[in-house]
Design a protein around this ligand. Structure first.
Ligand code: SF4
Ligand code: SF4
Length: 169
């Protein structure tokens, strides 16, 4: 299992096109989603997210109204105050959590300071075991996530073996 973030970045970039092909391969064949999710879960259980926190540094977090309500309540603020202080507009994603130079505004070291009220997108991340819609419909972002998330990188590699995907073409 590869967990070194420098190597994940290097390998993930190298395999970006191959991982895009994997997405098409999964879409074209009727693989058992439960089996693929089980593999992702095994990878997830083998990796310590507390020692990584790279998604909190690299990714943006899209917010729903419900996320905003939860977070504002958790922080003892009004929704208006929360929006002003902690959110930013994004052209592609709507409202997102503000970011600092080191990542998410709520990241302190490797810890999430709003963990118990963290947005649904964070609870479900990296959207392999949990998430909305089918696994295949969630595959769009995976080639990119494989460049910074060890769970995604290793899961895609395991899925290639499981589905007899032809690597390196
Ligand atoms: S979900 Fe991925 S990037 Fe985020 S902490 Fe876990 S292994 Fe790291
Ligand atoms: S809210 Fe917490 S879990 Fe979500 S990105 Fe920010 S620090 Fe990470």
């Amino acid at each position: 299992m590869l967990t070194d973030l420098v190597q994940i970045r290097r390998q993930g970039e190298k395999l970006r096109t191959e991982n895009q092909r994997l997405r098409v391969h999964l879409k074209r064949h009727d693989f058992v989603e439960r089996r693929l999710r089980r593999i992702a879960q095994e990878v997830e259980e083998a990796i310590d997210c507390r020692a990584c926190a790279n998604c909190c540094r690299e990714g943006t977090v899209r917010l729903t109204d419900r996320d905003i309500e939860h977070l504002a309540k958790f922080l003892g603020m009004s929704i208006r105050e929360f929006r002003a202080q902690y959110t930013a507009p994004s052209e592609e994603e709507g409202l997102i959590l503000k970011r600092t130079e080191t990542g998410c505004v709520f990241l302190a070291g490797n810890d999430c300071t709003v963990y118990d009220a963290r947005p649904r997108a964070c609870v479900n991340f990296p959207h392999l075991v949990r998430g909305d819609g089918s696994l295949v419909s969630r595959m769009w972002d995976m080639p990119d996530r494989a460049t910074y998330c060890p769970i995604v990188f290793n899961t895609l590699e395991a899925w290639k073996d499981e589905t007899k995907f032809k690597r390196g073409e």
